[in-house]
Ligand binder design. Structure first.
Ligand SMILES: [Zn+2]
Length: 402
């Protein structure tokens, strides 16, 4: 396709219109998104409902296409409307301009994360409806707020509401990642995020002495244990080419605090870590390990959590899950090289999985660099349109599961 034919494509037009809405953090205004989605729903001749599970500034819009057997659990096609901030000076195209260059690359914040996916769902449904297709299961296409801030004002409270319960969701799709190779990653689980701070107390005093039990010595002990664990995980990853970063526990020292003056031994030092627990870690055992290190270090240490996500079971990717089989048969038929893996970060999928609903993270963008949260975020127009066809097949298969 040439750049003029991309520009005149109906689906590319809708996508670019959505990209031009600056639903950007901090404090995004979702009203223009709702206004746009209402027009989409009208065009599709489908009902749209808006829910407010947290407050009036954080809507969840749900467009519904009823199936032939509406008593069956429904399919949820989820995307988030919010996007992360931009540093416009680092962009070669305006971040909310949705420019198309001569190679067909569309530049805007949200092209990958994840306005593409939300619009591809609608485009796929538009195509299915035009073909006169009817599917067994009801499909809900949800557009949520606040994912980029952890979903505390979006999906997390939404799954707890009566409005969500009546959607009778049986399975969900949500975001994945672009892939620079021919492969398409599909994500069936996420690690548990533990963000924590050790508050280490010790003997304070003059910097000229050798006082016992100082905070510095205890910090040294803890840091040594944490870094040893980190090295073990690095080795695990290096020694097994089958593993990806999502398969191992990551440990990173992210903050250090304390002290006033270099000749005064301080009464307290703090050390903050970002830890992502692999799926094979037993949470109680890991916590007990941390506590025994705190004692071995000399005691007087408190552990505080900013985030302590529970274990969430993965979505089955075997014969026990008919939705997985339906997904896999769609991608096999299309000849896609799909690779199941564990997501490195966190998405709204975890709230679905935590509620006992299986979910897959999938963003069909191969041969595309991973540019989420980066400047000059883009997707190829052809990749976008191919993704629409991929979703047509996947959605049909998933919504026709008996
Ligand atoms: Zn995202």
């Amino acid at each position: 396709m040439s750049s003029t034919s991309w520009e005149s494509d109906e689906e590319i037009k809708y996508f670019r219109e959505y990209l031009r809405i600056p639903s950007v953090h901090p404090d995004p205004d979702y009203e223009p998104c709702l206004e746009f989605l209402r027009r989409q729903a009208l065009q599709l001749e489908l009902p749209l409902a808006v829910h407010y599970p947290f407050d009036a500034k954080n809507p969840v819009a749900v467009i519904t296409w009823q199936g032939l057997q509406p008593q069956l659990p429904a399919l949820l096609l989820n995307s988030h409307m919010d996007v992360v901030p931009v540093f416009a000076e680092n962009w070669t195209h305006p971040p909310f301009g949705a420019d198309i260059d001569a190679q067909g690359r569309i530049f805007a914040r949200g092209t990958q994360d994840m306005k593409c996916v939300g619009m591809q769902y609608l485009a796929a449904i538009r195509a299915l409806k035009r073909n006169g297709t009817r599917l067994k299961r009801t499909i809900h296409i949800s557009f949520v707020a606040d994912e980029e801030m952890g979903g505390r004002r979006g999906m997390r409270p939404f799954v707890e509401t009566e409005e969500f319960r009546v959607l009778n969701v049986g399975f969900g799709l949500d975001e994945g990642l672009a892939s620079p190779t021919a492969e398409f990653p599909v994500f069936y689980a996420e690690r548990s995020v533990w963000r924590m701070t050790f508050k280490i107390s010790g003997t304070a005093g003059h910097g000229s002495l050798l006082l016992p039990n100082t905070a510095g010595e205890k910090l040294h002990y803890l840091l040594d244990k944490m870094m040893k664990l980190r090295r073990q995980q690095v080795a695990r990853l290096e020694n097994n080419p089958e593993l990806t970063i999502g398969d191992v526990t990551t440990i990173n020292l992210t903050r250090l605090g304390g002290g006033v003056q270099s000749n005064v031994v301080p009464p307290q030092l703090t050390a903050g870590f970002d830890v992502r627990l692999a799926l094979d870690v037993v949470h109680e055992e890991f916590l007990a390990q941390l506590h025994s290190w705190m004692e071995e270090a000399g005691g007087g240490i408190e552990l505080e959590f900013d985030q302590k996500h529970p274990y969430v079971p993965p979505t089955a990717t075997d014969d026990s899950n008919p939705f997985w089989l339906a997904f896999k048969s769609a991608t096999d038929e299309l000849g896609l090289d799909v690779r199941p893996q564990i997501f490195t970060g966190g998405t709204d999928s975890r709230y679905l999985r935590k509620s006992g609903i299986g979910a897959l993270g999938f963003s069909p963008m191969n041969h595309t660099p991973v540019l989420l949260h980066d400047h000059d975020e883009w997707i190829g127009a052809d990749t976008y349109l191919k993704g629409v066809q991929i979703y047509e097949k996947i959605i049909s298969n998933l919504a026709n599961v008996d």
